[in-house]
Design a protein around this ligand. Sequence first.
Ligand code: ADP
Ligand code: MG
Length: 578
Amino acid sequence: MIKKLNSNLINQIAAGEVVDDPSSILKELVENSIDAKSKFIEVILSNGGISNIIVIDDGIGIPKDELADAFERFATSKIKDIEDLNNINTLGYRGEALPSIASISDVIVKSKYSQETGNTIKFSFGKKVFIKPSDIENGTYIEVKNIFHNVPARKKFLKSESYEYKKILSLFKNFALSNPSIGFRLINNEKKIYNFKSSSLKDRIHSIFGTKTSESIIPIQFKKDEYLISGYTGNLSLVKNNRNYQYLFINGRTIKNQLVNISINNAYRNLIDRSEHPFYVLSLTLPPDLVDINVHPKKKEVKFRNEMQIQHIFRKSVSDALKDIFKTIPSFKNFDSIKDVTLGTLPFDNTFVKDDSVLSISNSGGNKYDQNIKNAEIRLKNTENNNVVIDSNNIWQIHNKYIITEITSGLIIIDQHVAHERILYELSKKSLEGDGISSQKILFPKTIKFDPEEYIHLLEIFNYLQKIGFEFREFGENTIIIEGTPSNLPSDEEENIIREILDHYAKTKNTSSTFIEYMASTYACKAAIKAGDKLSQIECKELVDQLFSTEYPYYCPHGRPIIVNLTLSDLDDRFERH
Ligand code: ADP
Ligand code: MG
């Protein structure tokens, strides 16, 4: 016999579509708070959200006579007719979240709208329990308890508390990054986890990821037709071995999109390894009718009307931003632009035009910016084309720090320390992936004593230290004696490098490919010749040759420039020789 399902059961079935774990419940609630124009949103969890989720906002609130309706399926204040579906400016629009959540939990909503007095409504597993006045002062308070208690099968599907909590943390970070102007606080088991004040995106990135990240990001503002891309992309010191540091938002929604990922990665091609992934936080804003987010109730997937165009603008905006990385390579640049600024009165003592002037010009946008990019490209090409023709007679070390050499198109200046660092980094990365770095015996073995915890860590990474060329054995309690060190390493650096690697390991407990890279770069930095080391002409020549046989001769593993290029045409311009 065919029977019509009652609405509560329908809601329970539908709930599976919209909410299947605590983080999807939280997602719906926070989206509602954002849609309600909240300035501050607080999330309070118990046990990582498995048993209890509270969201408190200071948004517009729900009028009393809509409070019960908000729990009706397909009841929404956000769209009215089919036309509106093509023009969605809010995160929610299906009117499914509250009824779905209420059908599988106990929900209390307190809300105050405008001049009305506040109200509380309670639902228990799909049934309204009461509605009564409340003393809430503004905004909306929603508490969700006993999640999935009436659907044990679904409760069983929840993974461990820490797994569900991790999903919530990741969701929360996404909200915080896509809405930096909203303040957010997260509390779990009465502990404050995050507390973000309303801020700029850059400051929000700083609060979430720390100083190293916020200092290593390049701003992006790119407008084409009706598309606007804005946000930040990481420079080469922020390259990761996984995709967890890639944030993409479209009209305020967190989106995963394979095509966009590929386009952004393409912009980094030749700069990073295939296995590496750049950091980015990027938002695309476009007219709602050019994107269809209605693919799935969870709204994570999008369909663009014009995919090719989207791919193109992502690649273009990121590669334009990355040209700033190239611009730090040659720095005697663009006298046309400088002259524009100074009206031809370039002071004579200002021999070298520093990078910051170039950056400030590029920030001012317009033609000069385009011109700068073009120049950077030309210079880069010149440097690339000329890297082979180096005459060992025309090579000089100055101030025991820089090496100058003539090339066909002009001259280049090389920072000897970072150049050597790049050479050793690539060599050691290769050896670490293979047999390891060769070891040299030391004449007077050294002992190092560790504290007991450090010593345990040391034993855990013993093999790795051997691989970079250390030879040592146990020598008394928590003590080792070093008998061999990586080749090239100055004799006073052994302990420093071991301790640095150990500290890093203690922090990350990670021995994956990033650890290998970390070891390679630590070794390279410690073993490289220093500023102040005197080099013979032959040594200079050797260094330059080796540098140009590396894969990436233009910047060091930390992203600092290695080569500055001064072309003949730069010189001609400078001497006003036209
Ligand atoms: P949707 O967001 O798709 O409209 P929901 O079921 O999530 O559907 O919410 C139903 C309605 O309840 C919303 O359209 C909105 O009017 C109201 N509402 C829900 N949460 C809030 C909130 N935090 N502040 C103000 N109004 C809210
Ligand atoms: Mg909603």
